[in-house]
Design a binder for this molecule. Structure first.
Ligand code: CA
Length: 220
């Protein structure tokens, strides 16, 4: 999963970036509204954390432009404390959720998880596919009841697929959603990580769909 973090305050941005990365997300950052708008319109994100008070272009305008352009990614806005008018304006502009500063990062992470799964029509934070279980809260994965140890990249890849059970996902889509912009992307690495996941998961969990991509096969 790939998240865009838009926050102009350097210390808070650095803290949030580390927390998001620690939770398994690939993170792109913007410290002003213009860069944020551009990134959001040119790169695919699974969710956006958007501060409203930003230089160059305020967060509300960024959000309105994204929605006017038809972009539907989940957006969580950060508002000033006690500013109920910001919350109302943000939600009316197309925000999916909000947090008032200051907040606990655990709450931000929980809200993001909820936004990301709801965007895929999933209600529970515990994802299941056949014998595979992935707990988005703890980052723990098990197969047929046995704990499976995954690297950060393997987890990110599996989490993306587990949010889209039975759907064919192309290598390009995976590359775009698993790495931040500044990461040295090589679509061959996806194949390598798929191979590693296959060795750790029950046989035939990840199917190759020739010429199209991969599909997580979830027997009922
Ligand atoms: Ca700000």
């Amino acid at each position: 999963m790939r998240v865009l973090l838009v926050e102009d305050e350097p210390t808070l941005r650095a803290q949030l970036r580390l927390s998001l990365q620690g939770a398994g997300y690939a993170v792109d950052e913007a410290d002003n509204g213009r860069d944020a708008q551009h990134l959001g319109q040119t790169e695919p994100f699974d969710a956006v954390v958007l501060d409203l008070g930003l230089p160059q272009l305020d967060g509300l305008s960024v959000l309105q432009r994204w929605r006017a352009a038809g972009l539907a990614m989940p957006v969580l806005i950060l508002t000033a404390r006690d500013s109920w008018t910001d919350k109302v304006a943000g939600i009316d502009a197309g925000a999916d959720d909000y947090l008032a500063k200051p907040f606990h990062v655990e709450e931000l992470l929980a809200r993001l998880r909820a936004l990301i799964r709801r965007a895929q029509g999933i209600a529970s934070p515990l994802l299941r596919c056949g014998g595979i279980a992935l707990d988005t809260r703890s980052g723990r994965v098990s197969a047929d009841g046995q704990a499976v140890a995954l690297t950060a990249h393997e987890y990110r890849l599996l989490a993306y697929l587990m949010h889209r059970p039975g759907r064919v996902v192309s290598r390009t889509e995976l590359t775009e959603h698993l790495y931040a912009q500044d990461f040295d992307r090589d679509s061959n690495t996806i194949e390598v990580f798929i191979g590693r996941l296959r060795r750790k998961l029950p046989a035939a969990s990840i199917e190759t769909v020739r010429g199209l991509g991969y599909r997580l096969d979830c027997p009922a």
